[in-house]
Design a protein around this ligand. Sequence first.
Ligand code: ADP
Length: 515
Amino acid sequence: MLEHEQPENGNIEALKNRLILQELREAKLSAGISKQENLIAALRLAEERCAMLTAIMNSSDDAIISKDLNGTVTSWNLAAERIFGFSPGEMIGNPIARLIPDDRLDEEALIQDRLIKGDKVDPFETMRLTSTGRLLQVTLTISPVIDFSGNIIGISKIVRDITSAKQAEQKALILAAIVASTDDAVISKNLDGIITSWNHSAERIFGYTASEMIGESIVKLIPPDRQQEEPKIISKLKRGERVDHFETKRVTKQGLLIDVSLTISPVLDATGRIIGVSKIARDITDQKLEEQRKNDFIAIVSHELKTPLTSMRSYVQLGLVKALENRDSFTETLMRRAENQTHKMSAMIHDFLNVSRLEEGKMSLSLSRFSLSDLIEEVVREFSPLAPAHHIDYLGGSEAYIEGDREKLSHVLINLLSNAVKYSAEGTAVCIRCELADGNVKVNVSDQGIGISAKDQKRLFERFYRVKADQVRNVSGFGIGLYLVAEILKLHNSQIQVQSEPGKGSIFSFSLSYE
Ligand code: ADP
């Protein structure tokens, strides 16, 4: 016999005896059979009812507990053991008070008094203690246990543990408060695009109230030329992907076009099936205007700097010619250095102009068919004198004709070469390699420089991103070179890739299809 069976069975026995007595009292003696047979039939019926009640008690998810009027526990089901952590052996015959926190000890007496007076006690929420001293939030449903003469001889309780439900309720309240107070529009919709929730900020940003939008299609907010965005987003979500900071335009109730950044995630049911979509829309109209102003400024300044710089370059070149004629090596060195610096300046200005063109969506390709190896040779020839302290090697030379924008691709190569030089020590090698494979020509620019951490590699191609490390603190730059490289290659249906290890060097590569 298991340790805990003793008291539980003892208790069930008591219950059984009561049921037998009840059956006997109620048993109408059937005619034609002996009194003893009638008694046996009543006994069997009582046993069946008792077995059924025990099964119900033990299969309940709620704790079913009874106690006598002295507060001593008289029955304790399996759920009570699971919820409170005490076995029946530990509880039956012991005071119920061990489950009650000190500050609620008077609760029991009050309830008992009310029941004895014949008052009804509605289910109520309270706190109870487990065997480990953990506080549980519970609902108690209490009823009196009445004997044959109608006297209350005890109390039975059904205890439901609502701790997790309360925690979930609390979480939901906190989430609802966050959603209500955030500056971003938080909108949810079902898979048919019908809006199911709409917070205050959605109202402020789009001008529609919740009652105007809930039940309506999200399409109402999407400008006609962007309607195809919605199905694309849904299919992305169905593939399990999230959409982060997607910049687009939406239309308000007043018909105004506003710039928004959308973060979209799937709403999943308990089985992980996608049942809806939640959207956070941030109004970035002001930010976009600010960016526009910055771009305009960059474009104007770069443009204005171009003319004097071109004149300066001409004067420096004239000075260089004169110095060579006069065999004046001192002036020649100065003029070469000045020329070198004007090259760098015009490359910077060129980059800035390209960034503002890109932002305006005005960067276009001027396509032609040309030999990539010729272009690389030309770039290396022009670039090498600007990096006299490095060995620039070109390996490859396989003839490959490609269709692309020659000037912009030369810009890509110059940017990669100047970075390779900028971020590696003097005297080290920078190598540009060109390989043909599967209809593509792959270009690698490698260096033996400081390398780039995995974390920085993820963000290198963002506009204005610069690595924040002591090693590069004094290296000048604006963090736009690689952004432009990536964007120009995108326009050529290609992609820049990087392999790098801090302290060992980096390889930047891209592929273009050749004819
Ligand atoms: P900039 O060089 O003007 O800062 P880029 O967009 O060209 O901007 O490069 C972004 C960042 O990437 C640089 O600040 C630098 O830290 C890192 N980087 C680029 N190329 C290399 C390289 N070859 N080796 C090490 N770090 C590099």
